[in-house]
Design a protein around this ligand. Structure first.
Ligand SMILES: Cc1cc2nc3c(=O)[nH]c(=O)nc-3n(C[C@H](O)[C@H](O)[C@H](O)COP(=O)(O)OP(=O)(O)OC[C@H]3O[C@@H](n4cnc5c(N)ncnc54)[C@H](O)[C@@H]3O)c2cc1C
Length: 316
């Protein structure tokens, strides 16, 4: 497959400024004629000056870059007439979908890649917990897209739960005609790099598009993008139990007995905790919420025993 090289949208002002590859540390290599041609354009090679000067602009390749091999990157099959490379957004949570909505409003082409099989997957994990921000602060400018679909805005003063946020906002937003064809679920981003340059090449790197590698049920595939927005969140990468951000010794072996933050103690994970001895580790809102739920569970299931411990391992 051959992919037409589409350079990222470059700001004319930054193109006219001294190029990044001619930063002081690169001045020597920029004195090499071929390196300088690549960095500054042929106009600059005739110059006896070392390094790029204001006004020197990198040349764009005029021919398509051929891409071969088993994992030839694909271009995003966006709507008809969409000639540019997409802006890849990693994650279809509140931030990723808001970013995609803003990109559409600015006439850019988003491609949202979501690892889970649905949008708002991380928020759905704590769907039983109320947010502390009322609706007025949760729906952002993305609501403009929803306004054209007959969507009814929730009461701005109400506090939604995580589940409300997914069902009443994120899922309808993802289903709007503007975003529906631009979201891929079941697509986990496993790497982001620059297209066509290896790790050792610095010159011209910042003018190359991105290559985003995705793991899907159908295999690994690559997408070429003009820019990448990381909205992958932090859910699923919680603090380990040990000190200094490292797992405690034996923590991985104890995995079957460990739960992540904010388990649904009174709902879908009730059986896991009812009538058991439970140790809550932590001292933030998640720990406090979990303790409150466990106390309520004990009222219904008196055999349940709860102990709280607050990051004892972290203290000197
Ligand atoms: C209990 C609770 C209550 C909260 N209440 C509030 C509140 O009231 N107000 C407030 O402003 N904030 C609140 N927050 C915080 C808020 O929910 C988060 O800041 C918000 O969800 C972050 O959104 P996000 O889109 O960045 O990340 P997430 O919601 O975590 O979404 C990230 C998405 O990226 C996907 N993903 C991850 N890795 C990859 C990958 N490699 N490739 C592809 N996809 C990937 C995930 O599956 C997920 O769908 C609360 C959080 C919690 C836990």
């Amino acid at each position: 497959m051959t992919v037409q090289y589409e350079p990222p949208n470059q700001d004319a002002a930054s193109a006219a400024a001294v190029s990044g590859c001619c930063a002081p540390a690169d001045q020597v290599s920029c004195c090499d004629a071929s390196a300088k041609a690549e960095c500054c354009g042929t106009a600059a090679t005739g110059s006896s000056r070392c390094g790029c000067q204001a006004g020197d602009a990198p040349e764009e390749p005029s021919t398509p870059i051929p891409v071969t091999g088993e994992q030839a990157p694909e271009t995003f099959g966006g709507p008809a007439g969409s000639a540019g490379l997409p802006v890849v957004v990693i994650g279809a949570g509140p931030v990723g979908l808001a970013a995609a909505a803003h990109l559409v409003e600015r006439g850019l082409e988003p491609l949202v890649l979501e690892a889970a099989d649905r949008v708002g997957a991380a928020v759905a994990e704590w769907g039983h917990v109320p947010l502390f921000s009322p609706w007025a602060y949760d729906i952002a400018a993305a609501a403009r897209l929803l306004g054209t679909t007959g969507w009814t805005s929730p009461d701005p003063a109400q506090l939604p739960t995580g589940r409300d946020l997914v069902e009443r906002y994120l899922a309808p937003l993802a289903a709007t005609p503007e975003l529906a064809g631009r979201i891929r679920t079941g697509a986990r981003v496993v790497a982001v790099t620059r297209h066509g340059v290896d790790k050792t090449r610095t010159i011209g790197r910042d003018g190359r598009p991105y290559l985003v590698r995705i793991d899907t049920s159908g295999g690994v595939t690559d997408v070429i993008a003009s820019a990448v927005i990381d909205a992958s969140g932090s859910w699923g990468r919680s603090n380990p139990l040990g000190a200094s951000g490292l797992p405690a010794v034996g923590e991985s072996e104890a995995t079957p007995w460990l739960s992540g933050p904010l388990p649904d103690v009174l709902g879908r994970e009730r059986e896991r905790f009812a009538g058991r001895r439970v140790l809550v580790v932590g001292m933030g809102h998640s720990a406090a919420n979990t303790l409150l739920s466990l106390v309520r569970l004990r009222e219904q299931e008196p055999e349940t025993r709860v102990a709280a411990m607050h990051w004892a391992a972290h203290e000197p």
